[in-house]
Design a protein around this ligand. Structure first.
Ligand code: PLP
Length: 387
């Protein structure tokens, strides 16, 4: 067994991405322009749904902020989110002066359910942000139908869920108001930093495009290639600076081509883990129903009650054996800002709390080999069974 440290996550960048970035650098157009436009078009084609619009942004956080702004979330509104998520899902609600209402998650999938969502609905509920934890879809058919019944907007935080399906349909093509993907360095594909907002609502798309670039009614590319004087533009709102530069889009174009292969590789590695970890005192990740596709952004396991060492000790011992592990997530209700601002306590979210205390994310990425999986499994056995 190699003694080199096996990192928790690594991106897979090839010659194609490097060549495209160099081409962009040489072209003289490095900010939002033809490559970003091409990436957006390719993304719509990837989702296979021509009625969608894709809007490239500089992060999923930006995309989520734009989507919430576009559906009209503002002061006094409540937005329902899981506590078991990254802080980005909540902070964008605060950007708009609205209140994030955190709810507990399912003990198998670690996703919000139609029940936890429904129980949190009040007169003030304006939107819900389901998070597809690890790349496994939430029960979107039920959540969307409840939301429609109450006039609540649905913005999917699909940072983990590219590509994943729900009832055979790709996340991004469901009947929600908008879906946002992340291309952060450790996600299932990367542009370094970046994100993609998709929606089938042309009005929402128009607002997001305008707000993505300072509230200017036409983006830079159009501005410099149309017949209008190149200096002419109109500011119609105090927008943001959320556009994706062509340098990032150059990487994205080729990552997207490789994405189906990436998913297959992640799936294969996850299946290997499932086989090889079977029978140990750990709970393996939930699997999708009805042959749906799991994006396998993460491979989350839970140490069972009978395991005598703590989760923290487990991760330390894995690190001593040269294996990088992580934890997803420290629930929002435990972070000082969210806890103190909304008077949250561990007892309010018993499932998320219990999951958090025993969760470990094992390394899972496309550059891993079968030997790497074996190394991780051997180390897990050594830490848990002492052999
Ligand atoms: C990574 C992540 C985000 C934020 O993505 P960025 O592209 O880094 O802004 C949002 N939500 C979840 C659940 C994430 O894991």
């Amino acid at each position: 067994m190699s003694n080199k440290f096996l990192p928790f996550s690594l991106p897979e960048i090839g010659e194609e991405e490097i060549k495209e970035v160099v081409d962009t650098l040489i072209s003289g157009w490095v900010t939002t322009g033809p490559k970003t436009k091409r990436f957006e078009e390719d993304f719509v084609r990837f989702l296979g749904c021509v009625s969608l619009e894709a809007i490239a942004v500089n992060s999923a956080t930006s995309g989520l902020h734009l989507a919430l702004e576009a559906v009209g979330v503002g002061p006094g509104d409540e937005v329902i989110i899981p506590t078991y998520t990254f802080t980005a899902t909540a902070e964008i609600v605060r950007y708009l002066g609205a209140t994030p209402v955190m709810v507990d998650v399912d003990k198998h999938t670690f996703n919000i359910t139609n029940l936890t969502f429904t129980n949190a609905i009040t007169e003030k509920t304006k939107a819900v942000i389901p998070v597809h934890f690890a790349g496994l879809s939430c029960e979107m058919d039920l959540i969307i139908s409840t939301a429609k019944q109450y006039g609540i907007k649905v913005i999917e935080d699909a940072a983990h869920a590219l590509p994943a399906t729900h009832n055979g349909q790709l996340i991004g093509t469901l009947a929600s108001d908008a879906t946002v993907f992340s291309f952060y360095a450790n996600k299932t594909m990367t542009t370094g930093e970046g994100g993609m907002l998709v929606t089938r609502d042309p009005e929402l798309a128009k607002r997001c495009r305008i707000m993505r670039l300072h509230g200017i009614s036409r983006d830079a590319f159009d501005r410099y290639s149309s017949k209008k004087p190149s200096w002419a533009y109109e500011v119609v709102a105090p927008g943001f600076k959320y556009n994706m530069p062509d340098i990032a889009a150059s990487i994205g174009i080729h990552q997207l081509i490789k994405l189906p292969g990436f998913q297959e590789k992640r799936q294969r590695l996850a299946e290997l883990y499932n086989q090889k970890l079977d029978g140990l005192p750990i709970k393996l990740p939930a699997l999708p129903e009805k042959n749906d596709m799991h994006a396998w952004h993460l491979y989350p396991i839970l140490l069972k009650e009978e395991v005598k060492i703590s989760r923290t000790e487990f991760i330390e011992k894995m690190s001593e054996l040269q294996i990088g592990c992580s934890v997803h997530f420290i629930p929002l209700h435990l972070h000082p800002y969210w806890r103190d601002t909304y008077n949250l306590s561990p007892g309010m979210f018993p499932t998320a709390q219990g999951v958090y205390e025993r969760e470990v994310s094992l390394p899972l990425y496309t550059k891993m080999t079968i030997e790497d999986v074996d190394r991780v499994v051997k180390s897990v056995k050594r830490v848990l069974l002492g052999d």
